[in-house]
Ligand binder design. Structure first.
Ligand code: AGP
Length: 615
């Protein structure tokens, strides 16, 4: 998943730089810009950046840098290039190491073509075999596209682009410069999101609606569409080069930019915003009428089972949803990892309601699963945190979590908001099936109470101490039963993705069937014991671990503390059904403090990105 941005108009380079900074959530392994300028190559400071700067006689210039965009910005501030046409890219490596060579933009040998790309060209190897006379400097699929454009150039830029795209297999959103058209950016789209637009004396290209300059005319390209972007104008064509008149998109999501405030990291800020995220989500759907607007009663009345699909944290939220719906509504609910569902040759019953959970609404695996479900004839619902995200345009119905913009890669407040929706959804299902609309409002009151418990729950000191205890251990195991197991899974993901410590979550009863052989005095185990019905059994599993020297940290609201525990976290005494909303906040904070103690950046963990827009 990468971010592409392009701008035609004054200050194009700073506009493009700011554009890719807004897209940094899509990847930050490396970044770069390309721009037209006939004078830049005369800048005598370039010699200090030979690895980063490439200039061509035709006026095209490229600056690239490894790592976060701030490093690219430093070079640009020193060299201070000026241009009226620029394209930029922030990368999450899919082909080739995250270094300068593989950073975008990529260009043809003669420098006549420059490309930034979000997506994966699946047949790039085969295409590269047909380019043996070309010298490649990177191991990326995108550079192959740049060389293809050069090879097949027939004098007409757009025709050449359409022709080359017809040879590609895979997903792409391209922004392309050609030396013949210094005032235009050419765009091509297939299965990767891209929007184009124009305003007073400018034109713009961006990977998503929420990062683009708000313009009076913005168009969301569809697959096999091409655009020519220039100041005050955008033209859109199909792959037969017939002009298409797209309806401009108007419904902007004017969420204010997030600032860090007094927090050191967005992740800590967002953990502290969990109560507000729950409250705002509840307020949005705190009555039967409000939820009915999002999901019609008719859909609930005839459903036979529910299929919940997502990735990572969103998948874990789906597991909580499964438990709530099955046990509280008696409806069979399956949960699938989106990238696995894609390859199941099993057609769900047509009365299955498919619910897709996705914070960003841009996750390629999840969006593909939506398309498959629709092809099966299922009704589809998205639970997403980003208005106007790609998934919103794919599904039949959308429920919005109202967690506010989530910037840290590790999802926290959005996860709590996602499971909040599942509490409200199970209430809505029961309200429809039992003709008791008041159940939704009742549920919303319970959830507001839980938000207040979290708000007043001062846990940072103990979580900090525990973080310092576990920060150097090699492996952490996490166990629970039922809801506690699903919380353990999410807790394990949080800890591993920002501390890089190996974590494994296991159903408590499963540990003794193999994994317990890994337990010794160097291992920590978190045990979640919040459900009365499984308390005794899980305590037995805890004792099995202690007897093998494992250090056990227990999280429970029950009076079960004893000296054999390495640590005991006394959870607030609330209705155990709502423990998934509360117990996870301890682990989110512990994970955050471990990451900080290890001097990592919890907001931008290595190898990850906020939105995974490649399969
Ligand atoms: C969560 O902390 C991770 N960053 C990751 O697992 C994420 O949940 C997953 O990529 C799904 O993203 P989505 O919710 O935006 O679809």
């Amino acid at each position: 998943m990468c971010g592409i941005y392009g701008y035609v108009g004054s200050n194009a380079i700073s506009k493009t730089l700011n554009g890719i900074k807004k897209l940094e959530y899509r990847g930050y392994d490396s970044s770069g810009i390309a721009f037209f300028s006939d004078t830049f190559k005369l800048n005598n400071l370039i010699k200090n950046y030979n690895n980063n700067v490439t200039t061509f006689k035709n006026g095209i210039n490229i600056i690239k840098e490894q790592g976060e965009i701030s490093k690219l910005e430093k070079i640009i501030n020193v060299l201070n290039p000026k241009s009226e046409t620029a394209i930029g890219h922030t990368r999450w490596a899919t082909h080739g190491k995250p270094n300068i060579k593989n950073a975008h933009p990529h260009f043809s040998e003669n420098g006549n073509w420059v490309v930034v790309h979000n997506g994966i060209i699946e047949n790039y190897d085969e295409l590269k075999n047909g380019l043996t006379s070309y010298n490649f400097s990177s191991s990326t699929d995108t550079e192959v596209v740049a060389m293809m454009l050069s090879k097949f150039f027939n004098g007409n830029v757009l025709e050449t682009i359409v022709n080359v795209c017809s040879k590609l297999v895979g997903s792409y959103a391209f922004a392309i410069l050609n030396y013949k058209e210094p005032n235009k950016i050419f765009v091509a789209k297939n299965n990767s999101p891209v929007v184009v637009g124009y305003g007073e004396n400018f034109g713009v290209v961006c990977s998503d609606l929420n990062s683009v300059e708000q313009t009076k005319s913005l168009f969301i390209l569809e697959n096999n569409q091409f655009a020519v972007v220039e100041k005050n104008n955008v033209e859109v064509f199909n792959n037969k080069l017939e002009k298409i008149n797209l309806k401009p998109f108007k419904d902007f999501n004017s969420e204010s930019e997030n600032s860090l405030g007094n927090y050191k990291h967005f992740m800590l800020k967002e953990i502290n915003e969990i109560p507000k995220a729950i409250e705002k989500t509840v307020v949005n759907y705190n009555s039967f009428e409000k939820i009915k607007k999002a999901i019609p009663k008719s859909l609930i009345k005839k459903l036979k089972n529910i299929l919940i699909i997502g990735c990572g944290t969103a998948y874990h939220a789906g597991l909580i949803g499964k438990k709530l719906i099955e046990e509280q509504c008696g409806i069979k609910t399956d949960v699938e990892i989106a990238s696995e569902f894609r390859y199941n040759n099993f057609k769900p019953n047509k009365n299955t309601l498919a619910i897709f959970v996705s914070q960003s609404g841009e996750t390629a695996d999840t969006i593909k699963a939506v398309k498959m479900s629709k092809a099966y004839g299922l009704k589809t619902v998205a639970i997403t945190n980003v208005k106007n995200s790609s998934i919103c345009f794919e599904v039949d119905y959308v429920i919005h979590t109202c967690a506010g913009k989530e910037i840290a890669v590790a999802s926290t407040k959005a996860y709590n908001a996602q499971i909040t929706i599942f509490y409200l959804l199970k209430a809505y299902i029961n309200a429809v099936l039992n003709d008791q609309p008041e159940l939704v409002f009742e549920e919303s009151k319970n959830l507001i109470k839980i938000a207040n418990v979290i708000k007043n729950n001062k846990i940072s000191e103990q979580t900090k101490q525990i973080a310092l205890k576990i920060k150097d251990c090699k492996s952490v195991y996490l166990i629970g039963r039922g809801l506690d197991y699903y919380t353990a899974m999410e807790a394990g993901l949080k800890l591993k993705e920002i501390s890089y410590i190996h974590c494994e979550a296991y159903p408590a009863g499963e540990l003794k069937h193999g994994t317990i052989s890994l337990i010794d005095e160097n291992k920590y185990l978190f045990a979640f014991v919040t459900q009365e019905i499984t308390k005794e059994k899980t305590i037995s599993n805890i004792n099995e671990v202690i007897s093998r020297g494992g250090k056990v940290i227990v999280l429970s609201q029950f009076n079960i503390n004893n000296n054999d525990f390495n640590e005991f976290i006394a959870l607030p005494k609330i209705d155990q059904l709502y423990m998934p909303l509360v117990a996870i906040t301890y682990m989110q904070l512990i994970s955050y403090y471990v990451s900080v103690a290890l001097n990592y950046n919890p907001d931008k963990p290595r190898s990850l990105a906020k939105s995974v827009t490649v399969e």
